[in-house]
Every structure is written in C-alpha cells, then in structure tokens.
Design a protein around this ligand. Structure first.
Ligand code: PA5
Ligand code: NI
Length: 202
C-alpha cells in the first residue's frame, strides 16, 4: 500500500546515519547554520555581542541537519541539532528557541554529545530546565517554548524528534525572548531572569 500525505507526497521507508559525536547526518536535505551576526539581538546583552563580533568576526552559534519529511499530520520529523560552545557577555551560546505553530505538539530531544540544558517556558510563565548530556532524553510537552543551551566546552549535540505538523513559531521569542537566561556565574551555569524579557526587539 502506498501512503500519501495530505500534500500528496509519498514517503518511502529509509534509514540514515547520524554521527553521535559530531552530529553530522548522512544524506541530509537541509543544513541550517545560524551565525552570531544574525542572532546578536537574541542575547540578553546585544552590546556584548557587537563587541564580540568586532573582536572575533562572525561566529557559528548553531547548526541543524534535516531530512525533508513532509510537515504533515501523521509524519515524524527529526534532525540533528548542534550548538557550539561559547558565551556572549556571560550568556552561553544557545538556539533561538520557538513555540510550535501547532502549540499542543510535544518533542523529544535525545542528547548524544556535550553538556547543557533545555530551557522550557510556557506563555503563562511556568518554566522548567532539564540537563542535557550524552544518553539523556528530554521531553518537551506541548505549549512550551524550548531552547537548547550549551554550558560545556564541546558542541552540544542532540536529535530532536517531533510531529510532522508541529511547525516552528519564532515570532514571540524574537519579540519578547525567554523569561529566563543561563549565564556563567563563579564558573558555573546559573538560571537568572532575563533583563530584556518583553523588549527583545527594540
Ligand atoms: O524542532 C526543534 O525544536 C529543533 O529541531 C530545533 O529547530 C533546532 O534545535 C534549532 O533550534 P531553533 O529552531 O530554535 O532555531
Ligand atoms: Ni521544537
């Protein structure tokens, strides 16, 4: 039997390799790389980001390898997410973070390398933070915005798996940010309130 998705696409059975040590995916369809130059405003201290850029030039913050699986109900999308080590004004490198466009959809992250955290926040203010390290799985329930944060000195690598029709909604994070950030204090990661929460864009 041939199973067609809503948009008429057919997905054939397949397998692919993901190197658990460096996150590289074989035969990927999409490779997204996000650099500090375009993410400076996401950090709680954008001036520190500008200073960093002037001093070091642009730097890769994170990258994602993806298979082109239809964004449709019934499908399962997965990728490989690699967040580089580093800090901007004490705040650790992190992904942009997002809500799902279909907000009730959950996601599972399986960490294969590195050390860090998954920050999860609901619009209502409830939040949670879970450690990520090799062999650890983090369940992100629906309605939680989520962001991976690398607090180690090696790339933080995980394999996120989520419903095909979840979608990514970056708009409110771009506008308001997360309520919390993770910064280094006395050599250790610490969760603190984001001084720019609610006013990230302007
Ligand atoms: O769907 C997810 O949550 C992940 O695949 C992320 O997209 C990935 O980690 C990159 O983060 P972001 O989408 O916040 O840029
Ligand atoms: Ni997600």
């Amino acid at each position: 039997m041939v199973i067609k998705t809503e948009n008429g696409r057919v997905v054939s059975p397949f397998s692919c390799g993901i190197d658990t040590r460096n996150g590289k995916m074989d035969d990927y369809d999409t490779h997204v790389q996000r650099y500090l130059g375009k993410l400076a405003s996401m950090f709680s201290d954008p001036e520190a980001a500008e200073t960093y850029l002037k001093k070091n030039g642009d730097v890769l913050i994170y990258e994602v390898y993806e298979k082109d699986i239809p964004e449709a109900d019934g499908e399962i999308r997965f990728c490989s997410s690699i967040t580089c080590p580093g800090k901007i004004g004490g705040e650790y490198f992190m992904t942009k973070g997002h809500f799902h466009s279909r907000p009730d959809t959950a996601e599972l992250y399986y960490c294969t390398s590195g050390w860090g955290f998954m920050l999860m926040e609901k619009e209502s203010g409830e939040y949670a933070i879970e450690e990520m390290y090799p062999g650890r799985a983090v369940y992100v329930p629906g309605y939680y915005a989520h962001r991976s944060i690398n607090t180690g000195d090696q790339p933080l690598i995980s394999i996120p798996v989520y419903p095909g029709d979840a979608g990514h909604d970056y708009s409110s994070i771009e506008k308001s940010g997360f309520r919390h950030i993770v910064i280094e204090k006395n050599g250790k990661p610490q969760v603190v309130e984001n001084p720019r929460y609610g006013k990230m864009s302007g």
